[in-house]
Design a protein around this ligand. Structure first.
Ligand code: 5RP
Length: 249
């Protein structure tokens, strides 16, 4: 099954979790308000922060009678768009988007991202690549000077299932660190993406030239896409602990 599902939060959330949720909402609302206009084609990312962005999009469509079209990056995003009655499209009908709004697992000082914590990195990268403007929304825990400081689970890499062992070995041999096959929470089997592939998580040992590493990993037969987003995002909105929003350009 796909890992890109809406997440459900229990009433026993800690205060820290509540603060992070508020921060996600702040970032999402601010990004939607500052970047989405009437007649825009909007890329809708995946994950828990994007849930707030779609809430705000739907609110603005109702209140301001905005005419917007949404292109999803995952099954989850598609469900969110449909649930809110927003206009659903795809890259066949709308291959050029005005703006894409998506979450991230970590954002460094140069707007290099690790994405794919939810396993949707390939479609997210395609949609971001088709967008004139790509905006990241995140809470303060994702804000980083250098990748690996905040997100400890490594770089997600989508692979063709039959190739997961040789791809893992090649990555570990050339770049060091540890590579693991992402398993479903039940441990009954691997996580399967929306594209019917597997996800590897590469825990790197030190900072790399991310542009070069991204290109090199993509050249390994069996690799579909990496969760390294280099030179793609134009802006990141971080909801902060004090209730402010920090924008990185
Ligand atoms: C999914 C992603 C998500 O955008 C990323 O994992 C951030 O998710 P969240 O907003 O739940 O922290 O890349 O593939």
């Amino acid at each position: 099954f796909s890992s890109c599902r809406p997440r459900v939060f229990s009433s026993s959330q800690s205060a820290a979790d509540n603060m992070a949720e508020e921060a996600k909402k702040l970032a999402a609302y601010s990004a939607v308000d500052n970047n989405v206009q009437n007649n825009h084609v909007v890329g809708v990312g995946s994950g828990s922060t994007v849930v707030y962005a779609v809430d705000r999009l739907a609110e603005r469509v109702r209140q301001e009678k905005l005419n917007i079209v949404c292109v999803p990056t995952s099954f989850q995003a598609r469900q969110l768009i449909l649930k809110h009655g927003l206009m659903l499209s795809d890259l066949e009908r709308h291959p050029e988007l005005d703006v894409a709004i998506d979450g991230a697992d970590e954002v460094d000082s140069e707007l290099t991202l690790i994405k794919g914590g939810g396993g949707c990195l390939t479609q997210e990268k395609i949609v971001a690549g088709c967008s004139k403007f790509f905006v990241v929304i995140a809470d303060y825990r994702k804000d980083s000077d250098a990748l690996g400081q905040q997100w400890k689970k490594g770089v997600p890499i989508e692979v063709i299932p039959m190739a997961y062992v040789p791809v893992s070995m090649t990555i570990a041999k050339h770049f060091g660190g540890e590579v693991s096959l992402r398993m479903a929470v039940s441990k009954a089997g691997p996580v399967v993406t929306d594209n019917s592939n597997f996800i590897l998580d590469w825990k790197f040992e030190h900072t790399h030239n991310w542009k070069e590493v991204n290109t090199a990993i993509k050249m390994i037969p069996g690799v579909v896409e990496t969760g390294l987003f280099v030179n793609m995002a134009q802006q990141a909105y971080f909801g902060m602990e004090d209730g402010s929003v920090k924008v990185r350009k």
